[in-house]
Design a binder for this molecule. Structure first.
Ligand code: 0O2
Length: 267
């Protein structure tokens, strides 16, 4: 197939990957802005390279002209979670979305592959709107924990290095490492609540502090400088005490003061 034709085929997949990555990253942002724990930790996306597409087509005996119809991971999204429990949550989110239609699910978490590979895969239909009109495409979403991703990345490089001839001792080591990953994920799940709590507190604190600093900055423009310096000193004092409740109360008072100056400047 001509390079130009490949470009035409792959372009809508690039659009799909870009859009899907943004949509999942927006979800993360929404969770964090609401001071909630995000089940999504990282999002990556890629369009499969032409050489990988040709390799896969050859391996699966797919004629080149059928690649777009038969290879389901031309557009690939990877969602990384902190904990195994988060994977179920992300699967639920995807199942309930109006802009993604689930075609197939593969649960390699409960049914690991022979290699030891674990991940949850969803093949979805996703529509992109191009200059030529809407195009309904397939995309693969891989959902896995940070630990599973670590294993899969290393194993993928070794597969690439050894092609089909991975030495037995390397294969065994990888299987052992895969078992260790299961134990690690399980151990981390036992402290999940505490970790989630700590991360939530941190994100609420940074939002409150950003709010306070913003208010102080605005007051510098409208209020008496000496007053603002006093407010700023009070803030430093509270900050050093590291008492969240006091900081929240201080922020509320500051909101009222800032609001009154806004009203004054309108008058
Ligand atoms: P790449 O280079 O990552 O893109 P099938 O449904 O079985 O007919 P397919 O597409 O092989 O067809 O499905 P499968 O087995 O779910 O694999 C899809 C992708 O999952 C692979 O894409 C890999 O990215 C990943 N994967 C599957 N098995 C393994 C494994 O044992 N180790 C690692 N590291 N990743 C795996 P590609 O195109 O094979 O590879």
């Amino acid at each position: 197939m001509e390079i130009q034709l490949w470009r035409e085929i792959l372009e809508p997949y690039e659009m799909a990957v870009d859009e899907l990555v943004i949509k999942f990253r927006n979800l993360m942002t929404e969770y964090r802005k609401r001071g909630m724990y995000s089940p999504i930790e990282q999002v990556e996306g890629r369009v499969k390279r032409i050489s990988s597409l040709l390799d896969k087509a050859q391996k699966k005996q797919i004629p080149v002209e059928n690649i777009a119809g038969e290879i389901e991971d031309i557009a690939g999204i990877r969602i990384i979670c902190q904990f195994v429990e988060d994977i179920d949550k992300v699967v639920e989110i995807i199942r309930s979305r109006q802009d993604m239609e689930v075609r197939k699910e593969k649960d390699y978490i409960h049914h690991a592959k022979e290699s030891g590979y674990r991940s949850y895969h969803m093949i979805i239909y996703y529509t992109v709107h191009t200059l030529d009109g809407p195009k309904k495409l397939k995309a693969e979403i891989q959902i896995r924990t940070l630990a599973m991703n670590f294993w899969a990345t290393i194993e993928h490089s070794l597969q690439y290095k050894y092609k089909k001839n991975m030495p037995e001792h390397v294969r065994e080591r990888l299987l052992k490492a895969a078992e260790a990953i299961i134990v690690l994920d399980h151990e981390m799940s036992t402290v999940r609540e505490e970790i989630m709590d700590a991360q939530n507190t941190y994100s609420v604190k940074s939002e409150v502090i950003a709010d306070i600093l913003n208010n102080i900055q605005n007051l510098y423009r409208t209020a008496n400088k000496r007053e603002v310096v006093k407010i700023q000193d009070e803030f430093y004092h509270l900050y050093q005490q590291d008492d969240m409740e006091q900081l929240i109360r201080f922020n509320k008072q500051l909101d009222i003061i800032a609001e009154s100056y806004r009203a004054q400047s309108l008058n």
